[in-house]
Design a protein around this ligand. Structure first.
Ligand code: BT5
Length: 288
């Protein structure tokens, strides 16, 4: 990621362009704020205040107190990045076991949008980090919301677009600009992401939220569509489990219930449902 490229301009988001894509894809409302604590919090609050249209979206130019997983934070300077929260309100026939898949669905949509729009070779680091060149470009956080109409899920994605090295909070973080991506146009990136979410969700809803079932017209199942983008598969990883233990093994596949399937050095298979995964550095010096 060196030498450091020239700073990238940071124009405001073009909400009209994003709304157009949302309208074409039959999505819900869009709210754009100048600054807020967390777009996930805002969308959850809206959903509690009254019924929201399925696939409504909350974004902000400047998220000042973004949440990561497990109480961690997510830091991004004004207009440098995207913070996009989407409200999923599946209909009554949707299998509740499909709800936890929505965060990986969104991460996969981001991978696909980045691959198409930026030319970067983005991939998914289980469970839902989007990485390119070994750097984290995007993190995803899902929250379950119980509404009078049934369960809903808010899935927030934070995408680093134009940050310079000094603006990123950790050395493992990267931005599209730093990695030399073809575009840093946040409106294009947001529109591209929402378009992919609409595609993937449409196929998933058509099979009633069953992640293992082939999509319409013999398309890949959601599990397969996700697994093909997973950079972890075939790599040696350390999975840091919630109880503090570390499981080392080779990532083999994505399980039927969304677990990362790891084979340890004794050949035993483990289904990891929650962990922070670290790729062990390969002999060529890359992580993934
Ligand atoms: C995540 O958590 O990666 C989920 C991030 C989700 C952010 C979105 S933005 C829209 C929506 N609204 C919210 O309030 N949140 C969502 P996790 O895997 O726990 O990673 C958090 C860790 O990543 C932090 O502890 C930092 O070490 C690091 N981090 C913080 N800011 C980062 C950034 N901009 N880029 C890369 N890493 C970052």
């Amino acid at each position: 990621m060196s030498p450091e490229p020239a700073p990238v301009p940071r124009p405001p988001l073009d909400a009209t362009r994003v709304r157009e894509v949302m309208k074409n894809r039959g999505m819900g409302d869009l709210w754009v704020s100048q600054a807020t604590g967390s777009t996930n919090d805002d969308l959850v609050a809206r959903s509690k205040a009254g019924p929201l249209a399925h696939l409504s979206v909350e974004t902000t130019e400047h998220q000042v107190a973004g949440h990561g997983r497990l109480g961690r934070g997510w830091e991004t300077p004004d207009r440098s990045s995207l913070a996009i929260s989407i409200y999923f309100r599946p209909d009554a026939g949707f299998d509740p076991a499909g709800l936890p898949w929505l965060s990986m669905l969104c991460a996969t949509a981001m991978v696909q949008a980045l691959n198409e729009r930026t030319g970067l070779a983005a991939g998914l680091k289980w469970p839902n980090d989007v990485v390119a060149g070994g750097f984290k470009l995007c993190g995803v956080l899902a929250q379950l919301v119980l509404t009078p109409e049934g369960p809903a899920v808010v899935v927030g994605a934070g995408l680093n677009v134009s940050q310079e090295r000094a603006e990123l909070p950790v050395p493992t973080a990267g931005s599209i600009a730093l990695l030399g991506g073809r575009t840093t146009d946040r409106s294009e990136l947001m529109a591209g992401y929402l378009d992919k979410v609409a595609d993937l969700y449409g196929a998933f809803a058509a099979v009633h939220g069953r992640a293992g079932e082939p999509g319409p017209g013999d398309a890949l199942s959601l599990r397969q569509a996700i697994a093909r983008h997973m950079v972890s598969i075939g790599h040696q990883v350390d999975a840091h489990l919630p109880d503090g233990t570390v499981l080392r093994g080779t990532a083999e596949d994505l399980g039927a219930e969304g677990a990362l399937i790891l084979r340890d050095s004794a050949g035993k298979l483990h289904h990891v449902l929650a962990a922070d995964v670290f790729h062990l550095r390969r002999s060529d010096g890359n992580y993934a």
